[in-house]
Design a protein. Structure first.
Length: 171
């Protein structure tokens, strides 16, 4: 719950300043995406080498614009910065640690990622197909579901702290 409150507070202050208006759903999702990296353990072979950053990739439609870079800039994972890459296809997916799949080709893109240890994130506002983490609007708030089975099959361990924030967990 602390993570959710912190994300909402940070996004609200960053976007609205003293007006304290509610952040948009897209702004909240942009704030969540880079933070997910702190709550996932990748296999040693999939970790960045040397001083390389964690890479958050967007494949397909991009609803975030500069909000995602702003959110990533303020985060780090094990002392490594988080960078954002945008791509139209999965041909350059190597090197990505998190992939947000936008648009209507979710099944195709997740299929192309295959069994690689890449955290996939999808959005219920775009389609019904799910990645390992799937955003949804529940009671007017941005929440998410987690497919722990899919993550485990790809060698990823999701922290109990993140699992506790999920609306539902598939085990």
């Amino acid at each position: 719950m602390k993570l959710l409150r912190a994300v909402i507070a940070a996004v609200t202050l960053a976007l609205c300043g003293p007006a304290l208006a509610q952040p948009t759903d897209v702004a909240v999702k942009a704030a969540f995406l880079p933070r997910f990296a702190k709550y996932v353990i990748w296999p040693a072979a999939a970790m960045p080498k040397g001083a390389d950053p964690f890479v958050l990739c967007l494949v397909g439609a991009d609803p975030f614009g500069a909000m995602l870079e702003d959110a990533a800039r303020s985060q780090s994972v094990d002392g490594r910065r988080i960078v954002v890459r945008r791509m139209e296809t999965t041909t350059t997916i190597n090197g990505c640690h998190i992939v947000y799949v936008g648009g209507n080709r979710v099944g195709q893109i997740i299929g192309a990622i295959g069994a690689r240890p890449i955290l996939t994130v999808t959005d219920g506002a775009i389609g019904a197909q799910h990645g390992m983490i799937h955003f949804a609007i529940v009671s007017g708030r941005v929440r998410f579901y987690i497919d722990q089975t899919a993550a485990t099959q790809r060698g990823l361990q999701i922290s109990s702290r993140l699992l506790a924030l999920a609306v539902g967990v598939k085990q």
